[in-house]
Design a protein around this ligand. Structure first.
Ligand SMILES: *Cc1c(COP(=O)(O)O)cnc(C)c1O
Length: 396
């Protein structure tokens, strides 16, 4: 029999299970096996699978109107942009279909802002090791991961990566010639690493002193994932000028957004940017529903509470497996168990026991469950990880 995957570009290496249905925090295979989903499509299915409200609004919208393009107004998009701006630092929103596109919009808007002020030499973005911003040419240059850049031509001019935590390098690099500092308040792919709150505050101050823009990539850590609506809200006086969101904002429907202040957004006028599908009626219908549910303060308080259960569970795993676990990383429901060797075998063992977890850079087993998990789900996940760690013989 021919390989059913033969014509899929093999840039991923998925396991053999085929999931065909999702119910809340669970995924079900074509053979009817049930798995507890603690990765949620990489922090995307923020309200779990088949959330009744999201199914309802998507089905209603699908029966009415799918697509217009931005030649025409989309009411639900205007409403969602209003809600986002009422609740955040932002005054302008550009809707996209993915995180990468939100990142592209941020990079373009930042350069155009300085250009519009007559500073067309302010093109340099300062980023940090371990960053991940997506897979377009702009995004891989911003991410700076040599593995992702290899073979794709010369580096694009204007990206400078600093060692995470090197404050001296930062003070030297960020000047009145810098375009923007671009950072994930909690790194996802780079190893589930939270930037200390006082560092975000310090970055804001440094940017203010030099006229540099501060851009947050909250594609993974935003939208309630850390227990605040956006991760940077944990820090005092640390609002950005531009922010990229995606993943959790669509609850599984592909959509993202780039938010910015009025001043920064001013030069983005007709002709400067665009997207055929960005802000389409289907995405906007779902986006409004996700926003209304997650931005509710009681919902966020529950995320913070259950995050405590997760973090206790992970700490107990670190305590009982000191030979295999180095520590617990991350924030809220974007957390990781940092292991002492590569996490793939533990991830596989968990899956064989019915638990789906992710991995991230630097030996981290990554947990990004739906925000609707309950204590019982956490206990189950921790007990599976406990078993997997106990059985795991480390190589080397
Ligand atoms: C996933 C991710 C992206 C890219 O989003 P896509 O929707 O895959 O294009 C960008 N930044 C961060 C922090 C991410 O986690």
């Amino acid at each position: 029999m021919s390989d059913p995957r033969a014509h899929i570009m093999p840039v991923y290496a998925p396991p053999s299970e085929v999931f065909v249905r999702g119910e809340g925090v669970n995924l079900i295979t074509e053979d009817g096996d049930k798995y507890l989903d603690f990765v949620a499509g990489i922090a995307v299915s923020s309200l779990g699978h088949s959330h009744p409200k999201l199914v309802e609004v998507l089905q209603d919208q699908a029966a009415n109107l799918w697509h217009l393009s931005n030649m025409f107004r989309v009411r639900a998009g205007e409403e969602l942009a209003d809600k986002m701006c009422a609740r955040t630092f932002a005054d302008r929103v550009f809707f996209t279909n993915s995180g990468t596109e939100a990142v592209e919009c941020a990079l373009k808007a930042a350069r155009k802002y300085h250009w519009s002020k007559g500073n067309d030499d302010r093109i340099e973005f300062v980023t940090f090791t371990g960053a991940f911003h997506g897979r377009s040419l702009g995004a891989i240059n911003a991410g700076g991961n040599p593995k992702y850049l290899e073979g794709f031509g010369p580096a694009i001019e204007g990206f400078r990566q600093l060692e995470w935590g090197d404050h001296d390098a930062l003070k030297e690099a960020v000047t009145d010639k810098t375009c923007a500092v671009f950072v994930e308040p909690v790194q996802g792919e780079g190893g589930v690493r939270a930037m200390p709150e006082e560092c975000l505050t310090g970055l804001r101050k440094l940017c203010d002193e030099t006229g540099t823009l501060l851009i947050y990539d909250e594609v993974q850590c935003g939208m309630g994932r850390t227990g605040k609506l956006f991760a940077h809200e944990w820090a005092e006086n640390a609002q950005p000028d531009i922010m990229c969101v995606a993943k959790g904002v669509g609850g599984g429907f592909p959509f993202g957004a780039c938010l910015m202040t009025e001043e920064v957004g001013l030069p983005m006028q007709p002709g400067s940017h665009g997207s055929t599908y960005g802000g389409n009626p289907l995405a906007m219908a779902v986006g409004n529903a996700v926003w209304d549910i997650i931005s509710d303060e009681a919902f966020l308080a529950e995320v913070r509470r259950v995050s405590g259960t997760v973090s206790q569970g992970l700490k107990s795993l670190a305590d009982s497996h000191p030979d295999k676990v180095e520590g617990v990383t991350g924030k809220g429901l974007l957390t990781g168990l940092k292991l002492k060797s590569a996490p793939k075998p533990v991830q596989n063992a968990c899956r064989e026991k019915g638990l789906l977890v992710g991995v991230a850079g630097n030996n981290v087993l990554r947990l990004a469950p739906p925000l609707i998990i309950e204590d019982g789900d956490v206990r189950k996940a921790v007990s599976v990880m406990d078993e997997a760690l106990s059985e795991w013989e480390m190589e080397g």
